[in-house]
Design a protein around this ligand. Structure first.
Ligand code: UDX
Length: 472
């Protein structure tokens, strides 16, 4: 089939390459000539494992190309995916859908014959209905243009896998018309993956739009739930990681997305929960999603808790201390620093007068653009040179598997703060390091600590066994 994908950012570029991988003839369209030039030459403008290979393979095979011309999209095919961004508005929390509207405005007047526009962007509920009205006013007399909503659930770092092997397919169509034709077209587009037994949920526009934001709200809530529990764990000396394992064995709960620590960031979860709550209020569902504000508050509190923990264990005042922050991306296997908890911590430390050096295996360049005032290093050991505290802010595998001996010769104090609860505390302690985890104790036989003892010792949030035994 001949498809177009409008918007070649994270979502669109991945979708275009993956649709070509399924055997379709795909034209990607983006207004940014630099992005189009890079993609056309087989270069992915961001870090995403596996995407470069399928991009180059399909360009070479002739099934994938890119353009800046919207009228070329109209001429190329009859199914047009829209994957442009819906960022948070500059004022308030609502989502800005103007890029979606611009994409429709640029495309629809050029269409002739029968076409299907398929929205993939994450949008406030009601967007499809208002876009359909916009489309009908722009449609030429000799054209019919249908609209479907087909949300995307891909995670950064697993974008190819999630697009080619999704958990489900959601197809939302006009509730007031016979949408059999639109559904049949989308089933044909995805035939190869549907035939693997993929669940397909056919529904109306509003439900499809809500599925996406509800899924993200649920995931964010799960993370903030465990982080809220971790605040209590910190006070009583309980181990939130063991607790997550234990409750996660309950199949109704599940263990995934229960990793306590620095919390969620990135281009989706934070903005999506804010926009979702704002939309509920706009629609008159007053208070229905107010809990999402608390989810957001808990999440943001983890960042300042990390800064406080670092200040607490630092052998000197933060003002003038050297802090190595390992990790800048909002999560591993990504170079994305949008709303990154790691960079927020680094920035707060710098504001408190610390001299901060950041190292991230993939996100140094993006971080440098956003936070030029921080120091940057080309390795963990370089970042940790003369450090008073080493802080793990993103759980890249190379940090998880790092041996204390890699940092021993360079640091000023052997103090490590594990913001993602991803290290083995025993191995660091055995090597003479003071180890602190955000979210409280990590249970090991030697640090089992009685809650009453903690209280009488005046240890509360963020305190940790060994905090005062700073090695030099
Ligand atoms: C998310 C959704 O997972 C995806 O379905 C949607 O399409 C886009 O938004 P993404 O932003 O790529 O994907 O990242 P995700 O893997 O969901 O992680 C989001 C954030 O939560 C990261 O900062 C991660 O570090 C954090 N996280 C995740 C936790 O703090 N704890 C966890 O247990 C899981």
């Amino acid at each position: 089939m001949k498809l177009t994908v409008i918007g070649c950012g994270y979502l669109g570029a991945t979708h275009a390459a993956c649709m070509a991988e399924l055997g379709h003839d795909v034209l990607g369209v983006d207004v940014n000539p630099d992005k189009v030039a890079r993609l056309s030459s087989g270069e992915v403008p961001f870090f995403e494992p596996g995407l470069g290979d399928i991009l180059r393979r399909n360009i070479s095979a002739g099934g994938l190309s890119f353009t800046t011309e919207a009228d070329a999209a109209a001429a190329h095919g009859s199914v047009h995916f829209i994957g442009v961004g819906t960022p948070q508005r500059a004022r308030g929390h609502a989502a800005d859908t103007s890029y979606v509207e611009s994409a429709v405005d640029a495309l629809v007047p050029h269409l002739r014959g029968d076409h299907l526009i398929v929205g993939k962007s994450t949008v406030p509920v009601g967007t499809a209905a208002s876009l359909a009205r916009r489309i009908s006013t722009l449609t030429a007399p000799d054209a019919t243009v249908d609209l479907a909503w087909n949300p995307e659930f891909l995670r950064e770092g697993y974008a190819v896998e999630d697009t080619l092997r999704p958990d489900r397919l959601v197809i939302g169509t006009d509730p007031d018309s016979d949408a059999r034709a639109a559904r049949a077209v989308l089933r044909d587009v995805y035939r190869e993956i549907i035939d693997t037994g993929l669940p397909v949920i056919e529904t109306d526009w509003s439900t499809a739009e809500l599925v996406k934001v509800s899924a993200n709200a649920f995931l964010a809530t799960k993370i903030s739930f465990i982080n809220a529990i971790s605040e209590l764990c910190e006070i009583v000396g309980a181990d939130v990681s063991t607790l997550a394992d234990a409750i996660g064995h309950d199949k109704r709960i599940g263990r995934r997305f229960l990793n306590a620590g620095l919390g969620f960031g990135g281009g989706c979860l934070p903005k999506d929960i804010r926009a979702f709550e704002a939309r509920a209020e706009e629609l008159g569902a007053h208070g229905a999603l107010r809990f999402l504000r608390e989810v957001d508050t808990i999440n943001m509190r983890r960042r300042s808790a990390m800064v406080e923990l670092i200040a607490q264990v630092c052998p000197r005042e933060l003002l003038g201390a050297n802090i190595a922050v390992l990790g800048a991306a909002f999560k591993p296997e990504s170079d994305d620093v949008r709303d990154s908890p790691a960079l927020s911590v680094a920035g707060q430390l710098a504001l408190r007068g610390a001299s901060v050096t950041v190292f991230d295996p993939k996100a140094n360049a993006n971080s440098q653009r956003m936070y030029p005032m921080l120091g940057y290093a080309d390795s963990a050991a370089e970042a940790a040179q003369d450090a008073d505290v080493v802080a793990i802010a993103t759980e890249w595998a190379q940090f998880v598997h790092m041996a204390p001996s890699e940092l021993d010769p360079v640091v000023r104090s052997r103090v490590i703060v594990d913001g993602r609860r991803c290290l083995d505390p025993q191995s660091w302690r055995r090597a003479g390091w003071s180890y602190a985890a955000l979210g409280g104790a990590v249970a090991t036989p030697e640090n089992a600590f009685d809650a009453d003892q903690r209280a009488s010792a005046g240890l509360g949030r963020g305190s940790f066994e060994g905090a005062t035994q700073v090695a030099h």
